[in-house]
Structures are given as C-alpha cells and as structure tokens.
Design a protein around this ligand. Structure first.
Ligand code: IMP
Ligand code: MG
Length: 179
C-alpha cells in the first residue's frame, strides 16, 4: 500500500489499526503497573505528540501531562549532544514519571532526558517509546515500554517527521526514493 500525500510515495510499514491496538495494550499495561498511583507523563516534543495523545486516552489512571522540547547541538564535534529547548513546568520531586518519546534510535536523547529528569529527584522514572530501533543503539538506555521494534530505516508518520513533514500520517511508513 502506498500514500501519495505531499507528492511522495510512502510505503506503509505499520498500519493505523495495528497502532491503535498496540498503543491501547501498552496503555493497559501501564495502568496495571501503576494501579492506584498518580503519574506524571513527560512527552518529548515534537515527535511524540500524537503517540502521547493516544496513549493517555488509553490510561485508566490519574495522570498529569507535561511537555519538553529537546534539540541536538549542531556541529561535527558535538554529535549526540542534546540540550533542552523548552523545559517542563510541573514539579518532578517525588513523582512517578514516565518519559514518552516517539522513537529511540541511537539512544542519546533518552539517555540525556533520563539523567536530566533524575536530577530533579522523582520517586521513579520510566520510559515509554512508540518505536524501538534496537540495532541502532550507541548509548545503552532503559526502554521500559515500547510499541514496536523496527529496523534502521528512517520512518515517518504518527508524529515522526522528515524535515518537519509527514507527522500527520495515521500510519508509520517509509518514504520511497522515487515518485
Ligand atoms: P537518538 O537520540 O539517536 O535516540 O534519536 C532519537 C531522535 O531522532 C528521535 O526523537 C527522533 O526525533 C529522531 N529520529 C530517529 N529516527 C527517526 C526516524 O526514523 N524518523 C523520524 N525521526 C527519527
Ligand atoms: Mg523526537
């Protein structure tokens, strides 16, 4: 199946229906693991906005949602260096925190975020990613919940972008070289 929006051909790798099912399963698992607790979800912008919106609606838990925006330093010498562009507003001290991210690839972003958030003394901190690119890892990082394991291919849709585009696709797909 292909999609010709934005004049690109996109091969569908994970259909919307599979995503819907899996995200609600992960939501149910989190609800079970944190039963009776109140959690703080920290969603990493921009990529996780759609995943987070679906995930929180599948939770049967008391929760707050906050957002953090991170970026990478530009420059050959600083590859893998991450910085906070816009921080969270909620207090983390003593909270059960779950960081929600679109994809863990080399692992730099999530590793940075876990360390950064841990400094603020949460009660616990876990990670929930939509896509897990296991084979691409350069930094070992704890992934507590993940929806799908994928290969090294660059993918778009369901929040994930290519140069800012394709986030709105309801499925995950791979851009074809030729149109
Ligand atoms: P890491 O720090 O290498 O784990 O990179 C993770 C970040 O790279 C994610 O938050 C995404 O923004 C971006 N990224 C990695 N792989 C993809 C992809 O296949 N599509 C879109 N963005 C990606
Ligand atoms: Mg991201």
């Amino acid at each position: 199946m292909t999609d010709k929006r934005n004049n690109y051909n996109v091969d569908v790798l994970i259909p919307a229906e599979d995503i819907r099912k899996k995200v609600s399963e992960v939501g149910a698992q989190i609800s079970k693991d944190y039963a009776g607790k109140s959690i703080l979800i920290i969603a990493v912008l921009n990529g996780s906005f759609i995943f987070c919106a679906d995930l929180v609606r599948s939770l049967d838990l008391e929760c707050k949602v906050d957002f953090i925006s991170v970026g990478s330093y530009i420059g050959a010498q600083t590859q893998g260096k991450v910085k906070v562009v816009s921080g969270i507003k909620e207090d983390i001290i003593g909270r059960d925190v779950i960081i929600v991210e679109d994809v863990v690839d080399r692992g730099f972003t999530l590793d940075f975020l876990i360390k950064e958030m841990s400094l603020k003394k949460p009660k616990s901190i876990k990670t929930c990613v939509f896509l897990n690119k296991k084979r691409a890892r350069e930094k070992e990082v704890a992934v507590d919940y993940s929806c799908f394991e994928v290969g090294n291919d660059f993918v778009v849709g369901y929040g994930l972008d290519y140069n800012g585009f394709f986030r709105q696709l309801p499925y995950v797909g791979k851009i074809k070289e030729s149109v």
